[in-house]
Write a protein that binds this ligand. Structure first.
Ligand code: DQA
Length: 150
């Protein structure tokens, strides 16, 4: 069983209520349930964590370093665009990190076009709604060694 940690940042607890044109009406709990059910199919235990506190997010990332997490999926919300603290925390990790966005950030306000994580993550997936997360889970699993398969 691989250990995949999904991190949701600031304001993402409001998915379902917030700007449905960008994010649809799916709630964070539903996103987490979809991830956990796909995880079961793929042989991954998916833990999901959301916080609106930048310090708590950094501390969760630090814990992931010591826990033997196999991969991290992160949608940091607006922190993506300016948080050097979260960037530095992610940069400590040795496992693959995949950046996720529900919306196509490149088709939105200019400040959303830049990610301060872009060059330290394995890759980015944006614009597919909940499928951005599911694709990120598949992509992260494909990066991990699978001793069962020749
Ligand atoms: C987001 C895009 C960010 O620009 C925004 O601040 C969010 C959500 C997304 O999932 O599309 O909070 O990360």
């Amino acid at each position: 069983m691989k250990k995949i940690l999904t991190l949701h940042g600031v304001n993402l607890n409001m998915f379902g209520k917030r700007d449905p044109k960008q994010y649809g009406t799916i709630t964070l709990q539903e996103i987490d349930a979809r991830l956990q059910s796909l995880g079961k199919e793929l042989g991954a235990e998916v833990e999901c964590f959301q916080t609106n506190s930048e310090a708590a997010m950094c501390e969760r990332i630090h814990a992931a370093f010591s826990e033997g997490t196999d991969a991290v999926l992160i949608n940091a919300g607006a922190w993506t665009h300016y948080s050097y603290a979260i960037r530095d925390a992610l940069d400590i990790l040795t496992c693959p990190v995949v950046e996720v966005h529900m919306s196509n950030v490149h088709a939105r306000d200019e400040f959303r076009h830049h990610s301060v994580f872009a060059d330290i993550v394995h890759g980015q997936i944006c614009g597919f709604g909940v499928d951005s997360y599911l694709l990120a889970l598949r992509a992260s699993m494909a990066l991990l060694p699978n001793p069962g398969v020749a």
